[in-house]
Design a protein around this ligand. Structure first.
Ligand code: KG4
Ligand code: ZN
Length: 333
């Protein structure tokens, strides 16, 4: 591996929350394998992620998932040139599993290991899936833990332009799912119910719409849904669908208006949308429509790369390894 060249084969490991994933990426772009083990059945009885159960499940499965990723890529561990692991943010117990495993494996193989910021991983997901995406562009990160706008240029790290002041948009989807009696994971359940509902049934407030700046806020919208649910009492299936559609429309409006403003202010014509909520079909539709009106280009990763995966971590890590970055390289004396 040359001093500044992208490593040939990087193993990515992601265990920051309730998904455990491993992937092998070639030369920072080519996905040779990507394995994700979800934990829906572990957490569904509790209606949300239970951190202690998440990390215990990761411990049980981490070596199997890594092995499966290597097998699917037709490789042995000895052929790897480097390892990239999510180092944060996330649930501490969950993060520790992937980090310990990645560091131990790198030590055994004698290859470098690097820690990757989870959001840098999400941003990399679109760079590996859309070869036509060139910097500079605006990145909209919409996940269960984060909602933020970034400016990405070739000079230096991403610059954050705005972020949520309270709940993340994915978190709002998850909480609204609970209010409506829909199962965990909430985002896809709300989106599915919304497809059967009327988006104009209830006019929920559009968070921050009248305010300047590029920050977001979703807790007021969630409270508005909670009050409406309380007012109605027992909900029919039709009411659940209408509430889901009306909530989704308000949340999507807030994201679209902020993204448009960020593009306008930065004078940019490219928008990349990443994170679990980038899988939302209404968001995709509305952004494509806004792009046609305003004359920008909107790009999204394929659905499998929107939600947590390790290909994005391997891709982001490959770029860091090429720059010579290392994570806690010194072994114990
Ligand atoms: O990026 P991700 O997998 O994990 C985090 O980094 O948080 O995002 C998970 C979030 C969850 O809140 C989930 O409910 C939401 O993404 N999500 C969706 C959809 N699919 C996943 N939200 C709305 N519509 C969807 N189709
Ligand atoms: Zn994520």
């Amino acid at each position: 591996m040359g001093a500044r060249s992208i490593p040939e084969l990087v193993l990515g490991v992601e265990s920051s929350c309730d998904d455990l994933a491993a992937a092998v990426v070639g030369r920072g772009r080519e996905i040779l394998s990507s394995v994700v083990r979800g934990q829906t059945s572990v957490h569904r009885p509790y209606g949300g992620v239970v951190p202690e159960l998440a990390s215990r499940d990761h411990v049980r499965w981490v070596s199997d998932v890594v092995e499966a990723a290597l097998r699917a890529a037709g490789l042995t561990a000895e052929q790897l040139d480097g390892i990239a692991v999510t180092a944060g943010p996330g649930l501490v117990g969950s993060l520790l599993v992937g980090l310990s495993f990645g560091k131990a494996l790198a030590y055994r193989l004698g290859v470098p290991v690097v820690g990757v910021h989870h959001l840098a991983g999400h941003l990399a997901s679109v760079e590996i899936s859309d070869a036509g995406l060139a910097r500079p562009y605006i990145g909209l990160v919409v996940s269960g833990g984060h909602t933020a706008l970034y400016r990405l240029t070739d000079a230096g790290p991403p610059v954050r332009l705005g972020e949520t002041r309270d709940d993340a948009v994915g978190e709002a989807f998850d909480k609204v799912a609970k209010l409506l009696g829909l199962p965990y994971p909430g985002g896809p359940a709300v989106a599915a119910a919304a497809e059967r509902g009327r988006e104009d049934a209830i006019r929920f407030p559009r968070p921050m719409l009248g305010k300047a700046g590029l920050d977001f806020s979703f807790s007021g919208l969630k409270t508005a849904v909670a009050l409406e649910v309380e007012r109605r009492g027992e909900l029919s299936e039709e009411e659940v669908a209408d509430l889901a559609a009306s909530f989704e429309a308000a949340a999507v409006d807030a994201l679209v208006s902020r993204a448009r403003r960020a593009l306008r202010q930065a004078g940019m014509q490219r928008l990349a949308v990443v994170g679990g909520v980038a899988a939302n079909q209404r968001l995709r539709r509305e952004l494509v429509r806004a792009a046609a009106t305003d004359g920008f280009r909107a790009t999204f990763p394929p659905l499998a790369l929107c939600t947590d995966n390790a290909a994005m971590i391997a891709a982001a890590g490959a770029a860091l390894l090429a720059r010579g970055e290392r994570h806690g390289a010194a072994p114990c004396p």
